[in-house]
Design a protein around this ligand. Structure first.
Ligand SMILES: C[S@@+](CC[C@H](N)C(=O)[O-])C[C@H]1O[C@@H](n2cnc3c(N)ncnc32)[C@H](O)[C@@H]1O
Length: 307
C-alpha cells in the first residue's frame, strides 16, 4: 500500500494507493472518475456553527452546497456501498437544529435507504445553563441498494448475561445467546459500567488520539463501521477528512483510504497519521477497550470532612 498526500488528481488512480488530497471536497470529488469507486463513505461534515475551519453560511446555502456534493459522491459509490454521515446540531442564537433534518431529504431524494440512525452518546462536553447539556450525535447510515455488506459477526459485543439458558423448547438447558456475542444495537453508549466493552468516548484533552484539531472522530467509532460495512481491501472515502481518523481505522483493518481536507496543516497531520498507522506506530484507542469505571477514581467521592 502506498500512501500519498496530493494537491492534484493523478491521471490514473492506483488501486493500492491510499490518498489524502489537500483541497476542497467538491473540487476533488468532481475530478474523480465518474464511476463506482467507494465501498463506504464515512464523514463528519462542518456543522456550520462557526468552528475555526469553516465559513458560516446561510442554512439554505449550506444545504445546496451539500446537495451538490452528496449527489457527486453517490454517483461514485458502488451499488453495494454504504454512506455514513455523522452529524450533530446546528445552533443558531441558542436554538438547536438537528442537522439530520437537512441531510435526510437529500439522501432520500437520491434513492438511498436509511438503515440505521445510530445515536452515539459521549460522556463529556460543554455544560449548558439554559438547556440540557448536549451529549449525543447521530450517524445516518444509508445504502444505495438492498444488496449491501453487513458483517454483524465482525462487530458483535459481549452479552450482558452470557450464562443465560433456554428454559423450554428443543434447546432447553443450553446457552441461549449467540456464542459470538450480541448485536451492538443502534445506541452506542458511554456508560458507567466497566463491563460495557463497546463504549466509545469522544476525543477530548487527555485522550490518546487528541491532536490540535477541535473535532476529531474517535478511531473506534469508525472501526466499528468499517468492520461491519466493508470487506478487506475495500475502499473507504472521507470528503472532510480532518486528521484522517477514518483513514487510520481503514488502514488498521486492511482497507484502502481516500480523503480530502481543505486545511493544509490538517491534511499533513492526516498524512502523517496514515504513515504511522501503516508502520504500526499510530496511537489509538481501540473500539474494544473498556471505558474507565469512574467509581474507581477517588474524585468520584467527596473528600472526607477534616477531623
Ligand atoms: C468535523 S471536521 C472532521 C474531522 C475528522 N472526522 C477527524 O476525525 O479529524 C470537518 C473537517 O472538514 C474540513 N473542511 C471544511 N470545509 C471543507 C471543504 N470544502 N473541503 C474539504 N474539507 C473541508 C475542515 O477543515 C475540518 O477539518
Amino acid at each position: 500500500m502506498t500512501i500519498k498526500l496530493l494537491k492534484n488528481m493523478p491521471s490514473k488512480l492506483g488501486s493500492n494507493d491510499s490518498i489524502i488530497w489537500n483541497g476542497d471536497a467538491s473540487d476533488v470529488v468532481r475530478k474523480l472518475p465518474e464511476k463506482p469507486l467507494f465501498d463506504l463513505v464515512i464523514t463528519s461534515p462542518p456543522y456550520n456553527i462557526g468552528k475555526p475551519y469553516e465559513k458560516r453560511l446561510e442554512i439554505e446555502e449550506y444545504r445546496k452546497w451539500h446537495e451538490a456534493l452528496i449527489t457527486a459522491i453517490v454517483e461514485r459509490t458502488k451499488p453495494t456501498g454504504s454512506i455514513c454521515w455523522q452529524v450533530g446540531n446546528y445552533v443558531d442564537n441558542g436554538a438547536i437544529f438537528p442537522l439530520d433534518y437537512i441531510f435526510h431529504p437529500i439522501f432520500a431524494k437520491l434513492g438511498l435507504k436509511l438503515r440505521n440512525r445510530i445515536v452515539w452518546h459521549y460522556g463529556h462536553g460543554l455544560h449548558n445553563a439554559r438547556r440540557f447539556s448536549g451529549r449525543y450525535e447521530v450517524v445516518l447510515w444509508y445504502t444505495r441498494s438492498d444488496d449491501y455488506t453487513f458483517d454483524l459477526d465482525a462487530v458483535r459485543i459481549p452479552p450482558k448475561y452470557p450464562g443465560k439458558k433456554a428454559f423450554r423448547g428443543p434447546r432447553a438447558g443450553q446457552l441461549s445467546g449467540n456464542p459470538l456475542g450480541k448485536n451492538p444495537e443502534d445506541v452506542w453508549l458511554v456508560t458507567d459500567s466497566a463491563h460495557d466493552l463497546w463504549s466509545i468516548p469522544n476525543v477530548k484533552a487527555g485522550h490518546v488520539e487528541k491532536t490540535e484539531h477541535p473535532c476529531q472522530f474517535p478511531v473506534g467509532l469508525v472501526e466499528r463501521l468499517v468492520l461491519a460495512l466493508t470487506k478487506s481491501k475495500d475502499t473507504v472515502f472521507d470528503p472532510f477528512a480532518g486528521t484522517g481518523s477514518a483513514g487510520v481505522a481503514s488502514l488498521l483493518h486492511n482497507r484502502r483510504f481516500l480523503g480530502c481536507e481543505l486545511d493544509s496543516d490538517y491534511a499533513k497531520l492526516a498524512y502523517s497519521r496514515l504513515i504511522k498507522t501503516s508502520d504500526g506506530e499510530e496511537r489509538f484507542r481501540s473500539h474494544a477497550k473498556p471505558v474507565f469505571d469512574h467509581r474507581l477514581s477517588p474524585l468520584s467521592r467527596l473528600p472526607e470532612a477534616a477531623e
